[in-house]
Structure formats: structure tokens, C-alpha cells
Design a protein around this ligand. Sequence first.
Ligand SMILES: Nc1ncnc2c1ncn2[C@@H]1O[C@H](COP(=O)(O)OP(=O)(O)OP(=O)(O)O)[C@@H](O)[C@H]1O
Ligand SMILES: [Mg+2]
Length: 330
Amino acid sequence: MVSENDLLIEVKDLRKEFKVLKKNPGLAGALRSLFSRNYQIIEAIKDISFSIHQGELVGYVGPNGAGKSTTIKILCGILFPTSGIIKVAGFTPSIDRRKFAMKLGVMFGQRTQLWWDLPVSESFDLLKSIYKIEINAYRKNLEFFNDIFGLSEFWGQPVRRLSLGQRVRADLAAALIHDPNVLLLDEPTIGLDVLARSRFRELIKMVNREKKTTILLTSHDLGDIEMIVHRLILIDKGAVKYDGTLKKFLKDYGGQKNLLINFSSPPRIVRLPAGAEILNLKDNFLEIKIDTAHISYHDLLKVLPKWGNVIDIQLESDSLETILSDLYKK
Ligand SMILES: Nc1ncnc2c1ncn2[C@@H]1O[C@H](COP(=O)(O)OP(=O)(O)OP(=O)(O)O)[C@@H](O)[C@H]1O
Ligand SMILES: [Mg+2]
């Protein structure tokens, strides 16, 4: 049973407007803009509500400019909301900043939170003082993160000399060193190679499992989302378009399904239902594509025995990537 106390992130009727200076085109226009203060309102977040419970691992996705980073910045208190209620780990981020920082870990893939010229070790010493981490807890955590992130490999190096993969590992350990209840990640795998990426995914899952950290993650790498999260929140133009399990999303929005059917002898296809298309027919094997807008998987299953004796069926669904790129186009 989930109780109200388990609610770690609560966003209700969130709105965020940016007031930006309207620029006139050209140099003469730029000069004119200096004198006539014409402002333009950008509605980055129109209306977003969601709640996340303790221990959840949620993917926050949407096209460029949808409002993901803005939401993350509001959740960690960097930006103030225009209106709406925000609670993270029991705090209102823009008000209770100091106490709240203890409960929160944040990581932005594009820039480091560490001290550029300091060795990694000194950055961590600073974090220890800032968060007032007790020495035993600090040692234990360093050991834990060294085991999974291999920090010792670059412990004495200044941050500016780290490779991207090393920097991401250091940043992630830094975001987690004080055992935060909530971890916010904005495009953490940007620029990582295949190996580092898959390692990162394992780390995130492990931290969520072992430390029960509640995690909200944005990523344009849909492999990250498919491999890591259970729940998906899809936003577009500052509003929530889907909030539910990843499994249900793939089921409801996955339009195309390919089926590979193995019959005991070459099938005799009598009547192909509308919405089904034969991709390949060879000996006992039949490969069919179905458009779920016209025919359901279950309806097709009823037809198959009429064509022959079915031994095995394999189902291949659209990937999250195909589904989302179709949705973004619409
Ligand atoms: N500081 C700012 N001042 C003015 N407009 C802003 C500011 N920050 C964001 N915006 C605008 O708000 C909208 C949402 O931006 P946001 O960075 O949240 O998008 P995003 O979903 O993170 O996109 P991406 O996938 O490209 O990172 C965009 O139209 C952006 O131009
Ligand atoms: Mg962003």
C-alpha cells in the first residue's frame, strides 16, 4: 500500500512563464530594442501535474522545448514557478532551500557540478563539508561508489582533465554522496559511448534498487528510458500527454506489430484480414505485419489456425523510438 508519506515529488497545476525581451531584426532593430522595452511572454509550462512515490524510477520525455529541463530546474529550486504547487521530499524547493538540498541530488549531463580545477578527491571533500556528512557514512558511501563507478581510476585528477565518461561517473557519485532521497537527472548520458551508457544504466538501476532512491530522469536516448524506467511521463508544449507504465504505453501506442509464425507445414492463406500484410512466406514460416488501428493481435490469432497448424508465434513490437517519433510528428 502506498501512503501519502511515500509521496516524494508532487507537482500540481504547474505553470512557468518566461518574460523575454522582444528583439527587432537587424542591427538598427537591436539598437531600437535597447530603448523600447517590448517584452514577450514564453509559456514554457502550461499545466503540468504528476506525483511520484518513494522508490519510483520515472522517465520524463518529450520533444525539444517541451519543458523538461524547466520542470527539473523548478523541482530543484533553481527556477521559481509562475504558479502551482511543488513539493519535493516534503519541501517547497524555492523556499526551504538549505534543508531541502540535503534531500536532493541533481545532475545535468551538459555541465558538471564539480569544481573544474580541483582534483576529484578535493571536490568530494568539499561536498562532505557542505552536506555535513558524518565521517563513517562518507567513507561507506565512497567505498560503495568506488565499487560501482571506479572512482579510484581518476581520483587524483582535476575534473577538467577527466574524459566525458569519467566526468559523468564522478558527477553521479557527487550527486549521490549525501544519500539524497530524490535524484533528478537531466540528460545524464549525453555524449557517452555505448559501453559507458550501458554501464550508466546499470548504475542507475542499482542505486534505485539498493538505496531506494526516487529517480526522475530525462533523456533523448530512448534506449535509456526503455532499459531503465517503469513509468513514463510524456510531455509536449508544456503539458502532460501520457503518464503511466512504460509497458502500457508501448501496448497502447505501438501501432505496428510484426509476427513470425511457425506452422507444422507450409500454411494455406485463405483470406488475409484488412490491416494485415505478408512480409515473408517461406516453407513453414510466415512473417506478417499488422496495423493495430485496423486489426488486433487477438483477432489475427483467431484467423491463424484456419491457415495451418501453428507451432510457435513470435511477436515484435514497435520500439519506443518509432512510437515517439510518430507521435512527435503529429
Ligand atoms: N531562461 C529562459 N528564458 C526564456 N525562455 C526559456 C528559458 N528556459 C527555457 N525557455 C523556453 O522554454 C521552453 C522549454 O524549454 P526546456 O529547456 O524546458 O525544454 P526541454 O524539454 O528541456 O527541451 P530539450 O529537449 O531541447 O532539452 C522552450 O521554448 C525554451 O526556449
Ligand atoms: Mg532540456
